[in-house]
Design a protein around this ligand. Sequence first.
Ligand SMILES: Nc1ncnc2c1ncn2[C@@H]1O[C@H](COP(=O)(O)OP(=O)(O)O)[C@@H](O)[C@H]1O
Ligand SMILES: [Mg+2]
Length: 296
Amino acid sequence: MSDVLDFAGVGVARGTSILLDDVTWQVEEGERWVILGPNGAGKTTLLQLAAARMHPTRGTATVLGERLGRVDVFELRPRIGLASAALAERIPGGELVRDVVLTASYGVVGRWRESYERMDVSRARRLLNALGAEHLSERTYGTLSEGECKRVLIARALMTDPELMLLDEPAAGLDLAGREDLLNRLGQIAADLEAPALVLVTHHVEEIPPGITDVLLLREGRVIASGPIERTLTEQNLSATFGLPLQLERHEERWSAHARPAGDASAADPLAGLANATPAGTTSAGELGGRPDRPQ
Ligand SMILES: Nc1ncnc2c1ncn2[C@@H]1O[C@H](COP(=O)(O)OP(=O)(O)O)[C@@H](O)[C@H]1O
Ligand SMILES: [Mg+2]
């Protein structure tokens, strides 16, 4: 069994919609994953399961050795750091930045009457410092720029010294300088051997920070391919994931992608030839062929 995440045949249904279908995925200690897929692919749903914020309706999901449905999620959640847009919206605008980070120790948003240990206070300060946000400590959350909010939320996610760190679209909404600054900091976290296992969600390959080891490609709730990024993040797999012929480029540890120009012979069918193109050990996108359409 995998140490961090072990999902077997996981499905999530809501009414007649199937949000996730037959997802099998393992994350081991020390791995740094990116989940890539178009809007509506089920990325946030998958992250909500990993964060023990949701249960699967099919299959089994084990998080940090605890099977969802059989564990008290309130004991499990402090072991997981989560930064997402949904969480960002729940933080009161009048909250002091240092309290945004501190309150993570209690798994709450909004400081009320908790008292904090001096150790917690200095940890919060150190984390804000590591994310280039210490100077914002006494500001209120509502006055921060988008980039500053993101950095504060990541400091908050690290506050409980989690064993698993989950980031849902951490670079969304940032300008170029803000994105590059954040990716650089995430790259440093990814390179830190002491840092927790990391799972980061995005729909842009340009937002993959350096140091990512593995990728899971998701389309319409299904896994197109998963495995080590070197051999799994291919043009074929990416094209199948986004449903259009893409050209993928890599510059050292950064990626970029754009549509193939019309008339390009390889632009014909993004799913063509995948069964043979996918290396052993990864899920083949060629399996997609005969699947019936499912309700959206
Ligand atoms: N509670 C729900 N009931 C029905 N459909 C939902 C619900 N939550 C999300 N969805 C749908 O499930 C799909 C996957 O959503 P999500 O996991 O947020 O995708 P992503 O993060 O990849 O954009 C979307 O089509 C979304 O509209
Ligand atoms: Mg999402």
